[in-house]
Design a protein around this ligand. Structure first.
Ligand code: FHN
Length: 388
């Protein structure tokens, strides 16, 4: 679960409102004293994340607006010294720990509030001051909150290179403070994982990755953003991510008080129910399906060892034929119930028979068929057809 929460949440017009509406800094700063979040809303996020089958949360500790959600010494523009009057990052970490979730900190390198945030690209003294500020913030986040599992940098503007950002020096410091941490690729170094955004696209084989997705087109709270992804679309994102050995970081933008929009509950609860029945097909060490399996009109694949999971989202009725399997199928079953499926397999066709007339999955209409094979599953179809 990705959490975008900050002063912008009060405006409800997207987290880029300060920039897109050219709100003067002096006017925007007033939001710092009108922000009064409810008591420990992070516990609600964490409870929902667990119910949704999620394993970690990443929260904005400082977004582009420059307001720090933790008790920092680097600037008074922070949650302790203004409206909230407390350390919101500490509350977030405590909630993650209470609910058994890994802890991720999002940190925006770009800063619209810091006086050197733009000037650092034109003035060497400003760059030094801004790097000292940036490294000071990151050092605090990696020193004062116990074990941090993920450092999620964002938008390395205006400095154009890792050298200008001193990213190697900064991330070396991070790893000294947090030896097991993973760092994303947005401090202009590849580091540990790639971050495709608003599309779930596997990175090259061997490169870890995590797709970050909004739920409704806006990262920050924006009630006018009404086009929320459906349960089926979220399950499709999960399949593409797991099929490509990646993770999915799905965002919610809490209201100013920290509460979660109802639309998120309406989707994440069913997603969690579906995962509770089909999690075997996506959790743990999966193999890459792209490159070994083919795209099919009725569903898609995830793989683990000698087992293939067919996520059927267009239920064909009593029979389902799958062409091109190069692997002997030993057993077929419905993953959610374990119910065996009868089948016939010839050299180029697997026909699953006596299936229920309609999709057995009542949550989202996505039924996972488990195929236990004699060896690692492989499917070859190409463009031609079988000529008898
Ligand atoms: O500008 C930000 C945006 O507000 C949001 O935080 C996303 C999340 O990945 N990152 C930047 C856009 O790429």
């Amino acid at each position: 679960m990705f959490i975008h929460w900050g002063l912008y949440s009060q405006l409800g017009r997207h987290e880029w409102a300060m920039n897109r509406e050219r709100i003067p800094v002096a006017e925007y700063e007033q939001l710092a004293d009108t922000w009064h979040p409810a008591e420990r809303p992070a516990r609600e996020w964490a409870r929902l994340a667990v119910r949704a089958g999620m394993k970690y949360m990443v929260m904005t500790t400082k977004h582009h607006e420059g307001f720090c959600l933790w008790n920092t010494r680097q600037t008074d523009y922070n949650a302790m010294k203004h409206g909230p009057g407390r350390d919101l990052v500490r509350e977030f970490v405590e909630a993650c720990r209470e609910f058994g979730l890994r802890v991720g900190f999002y940190y925006s390198l770009m800063d619209w509030h810091h006086p050197d945030g733009a000037n650092c690209a034109r003035d060497e003294a400003a760059r030094r001051r801004f790097l000292d500020f940036t490294q000071g913030c990151v050092r605090e986040l990696c020193s004062n909150y116990g074990k941090v599992d993920i450092l999620w940098y964002d938008v390395a503007w205006p400095l154009q290179t890792a050298e200008l950002w001193e990213s190697v020096k900064m991330n070396t410091m991070v790893r000294e403070l947090q030896p097991d941490i993973i760092i994303n690729n947005r401090s202009l170094l590849d580091e540990d994982f790639g971050t495709p955004e608003e599309h779930v696209t596997p990175e090259m084989a061997g490169r870890d990755w995590e797709a970050c997705m909004t739920f409704n087109g806006s990262w920050g709270y924006m009630p006018s953003a009404i086009d929320w992804h459906s349960v089926r679309e979220v399950i499709s994102m999960l399949r593409t991510a797991a099929g490509g050995q990646g993770n999915l970081l799905l965002n919610i933008g809490p209201r100013p008080d920290g509460s979660v929009p109802e639309e998120a509950y309406q989707r994440l609860i069913p997603v969690g129910q579906w995962i509770s029945q089909n999690g075997e097909a996506l959790y743990g060490l999966v193999d890459r399906a792209d490159g070994r399996m083919e795209s099919m009109p009725t569903g898609g694949w995830t793989l683990k060892g000698h087992t293939a999971y067919y996520w059927c989202h267009r239920w064909p009725g009593r029979e389902l034929a799958i062409g091109g399997l190069q692997t002997e199928v030993l057993r077929a079953s419905l993953l959610a119930t374990g119910q065996p499926i009868t089948f016939e397999q010839t050299e180029n066709r697997l026909v699953l028979k006596d299936l229920p007339e309609s999709s057995p999955d009542r949550i989202a209409g996505v039924t996972v068929i488990k195929l236990e094979c004699a060896s690692e599953p492989r499917q070859v179809l190409g463009m031609g057809c079988v000529v008898l």
